[in-house]
Design a protein around this ligand. Sequence first.
Ligand SMILES: *Cc1c(COP(=O)(O)O)cnc(C)c1O
Length: 255
Amino acid sequence: MKNSIKQNIQQVENRIIQACQRVGRDPQKIQIILAVKTVEAERILNAADLGYSVVGENRVQEARRKIKQMGEQSDKLEWHYIGHMQSNKVNKVIRFTSMVQSVDRMKIVRKMNRRLEKVGKTMDVLIQVNTSGEDSKYGIHPNDAIHFVREAAEFKRLNIKGLMTIGLFSDNWPKVRAGFARLRQLHDAIANQNIPDVQMQHLSMGMTNDFELAIEEGATIVRIGRAIFGERDTPDSYYWPGIDSPSYSPNRIPE
Ligand SMILES: *Cc1c(COP(=O)(O)O)cnc(C)c1O
């Protein structure tokens, strides 16, 4: 089990290196975040022992269950929240995470800021943008992203560190790539505005099916689940209602 995780991570690392070579980027600048929905505590810790200790969770309850199972060993890990933010879960999310990658409404910004003030913390966040061009409910419309970042930057307990997107679930690779390119353009446009308290350091984009394209378009964080831990029994629509991802096959590497 552990060996297969090791081999899978090695393969992902090799593919990252190749993608970087195609566009002249430094592979050291790409961070792998383990997308661990449905992955049990023990296997997460196996990956952590290999040096991959930043994990992204989609559901509060699931994360809390695993943290409890891990006991002190959970301290080895850094937890990011990558799931859809529900306003009634904000307090709990803040308790176990060091970064929230999926901030997509002012209601969440306000609620997070209020809570962070109360508990005397600040939090790194990414703003989730809907680049898929689809009517999905998740993420700010690209046209509204700059305005949203300006407005969110007024809330001092949130440190805006970049943008996140879930790519279009499709094997129409030019379309998938265009979404990532759009996020990169927004990232650059926002960075150019020098908004106080906004640091555009991260572009979190790319998952098992499309991380090479995302890297070619400038990703600094890729969030990988299935290519490392294998297929999930639970469909992604359980975590992202309305979104249906195609299954992974090693032969479906984007051209
Ligand atoms: C599940 C998930 C991932 C990882 O997806 P894989 O296809 O397993 O690599 C990345 N980001 C988010 C937000 C997810 O929900």
